[in-house]
Design a protein. Structure first.
Ligand code: GRG
Length: 332
């Protein structure tokens, strides 16, 4: 392991993340414009895991996050865009990273209080008015698309806000369980093909709600560990190419069901390290491809799950550093 430790280009990755944030007109920044909130979550969480969160100005970030809030309460991917449940989770996660959920709660300035209140109204609407459907599933926004991703997102954000009581958790769990397949995996809706990304969403939602007893851990563990290919990388479903992002989706799921020892950790570490741009920083999907913030996050988060020395541990269900999650649930 010691030889590998030196191979992680910590400073270069941190500088790469900060530089993407600052650039406004190159390709990556332009295609990310409408989902910048999600990008902010990936980038800032990566910096925190690397121990480099102090490279950004918290006030600047928080001001921008709050200016992405829609009057309905939900957060958009950027200023002036429509709100979506995914960006609302990203906003909550970014506020959590900077320990700003408490500041919102106690801030005497009425705007802040109102903002927080409106946010709760949105979450409340998630329950009553529409985003949770009769069958327990969740829609992502007013347009109604249903997906187990949205179940996870709702459960994660409400749990971080200590408001899980605002939804029907029993129905939400029942819906997720109805998306379980005979191979032990989960899809986006009942009967849909098992995919590692959806499996993460379902397993993490079940973990947060204390419902992992619904999972056949050996069957699912077997399906998940078969995702490791010769190069050491993981794919998202059979016959597909490996991709660094599955170092998160697959690995976190294996950890939550206690089967992470079923894959070759050292080979996976080597695969992730081979995907680094060692000169300019950043991590790509596969060796020698172009880097982006998404894969940089999943590479670094994957290494953290693999207990790579020098990295902050990340929580496999909440997808936030363990110290942030502990602060929210145990104080301190
Ligand atoms: C807070 C970590 C976190 C997540 C928020 C957005 C979300 C919740 C979860 C997304 C889960 C998901 C479906 C991930 C898969 C993403 C992906 C790489 C899809 C690609 O699918 P294909 O079919 O790729 O194009 P393959 O690899 O199957 O060829």
């Amino acid at each position: 392991m010691e030889d590998l430790v030196r191979e992680l280009a910590v400073d270069k990755h941190a500088r790469y993340i900060v530089s993407v944030e600052k650039r406004k007109d190159d390709f990556e920044s332009v295609v990310m414009e409408h989902l910048r909130m999600n990008g902010a979550y990936w980038g800032l969480t990566t910096l925190d895991i690397l121990g480099k969160l102090d490279m950004v100005d918290p006030d600047e970030v928080i001001t921008w996050v709050m200016s992405c809030q829609h009057e309905s309460g939900g957060f958009a991917g950027n200023i002036g865009h429509d709100p979506h449940i995914l960006y609302t989770l990203s906003a909550v996660q970014v506020l959590a990273l900077f320990d700003k959920l408490d500041v919102l709660d106690t801030d005497k300035v009425s705007n802040w209080y109102n903002t927080f209140h409106i946010m709760f109204c949105l979450i409340y609407k998630v329950d009553v008015a529409g985003l949770q459907n009769e069958d327990g599933s969740f829609s992502g926004d007013m347009w109604g698309e249903i997906d187990t991703r949205f179940s996870y997102i709702a459960i994660n954000s409400l749990s971080l806000l200590h408001r899980l009581d605002k939804i029907n958790v029993e129905k939400a769990v029942k819906y997720i369980v109805s998306c379980k397949n005979v191979d032990g995996g989960f899809g986006c809706t009942p009967g849909a093909e098992s995919h590692a990304g959806q499996i993460f969403c379902c397993i993490a939602a079940l973990a947060i709600t204390g419902s992992l007893h619904h999972v056949d851990k050996d069957l699912l563990g077997w399906w998940l560990c078969e995702r490791q290919v010769k190069s050491g990388g993981l794919n998202g479903r059979p016959e597909k190419l490996p991709d660094v992002c599955y170092s998160w989706w697959v690995l976190s799921s294996l950890i939550m069901i206690d089967r992470v020892h079923w894959i070759d950790k050292k080979k996976l570490i080597k695969f992730i390290l081979d995907c680094q741009d060692k000169e300019n920083g950043g991590i790509s999907d596969r060796p020698d491809d172009a880097v982006d913030v998404f894969h940089t996050y999943f590479g670094v988060a994957g290494l953290s799950l693999l207990e790579f020395p020098g990295l902050k541990p990340i929580d496999p269900a909440y997808a936030l550093p363990v110290d942030v999650v502990n602060r929210i649930f145990f104080g301190g």
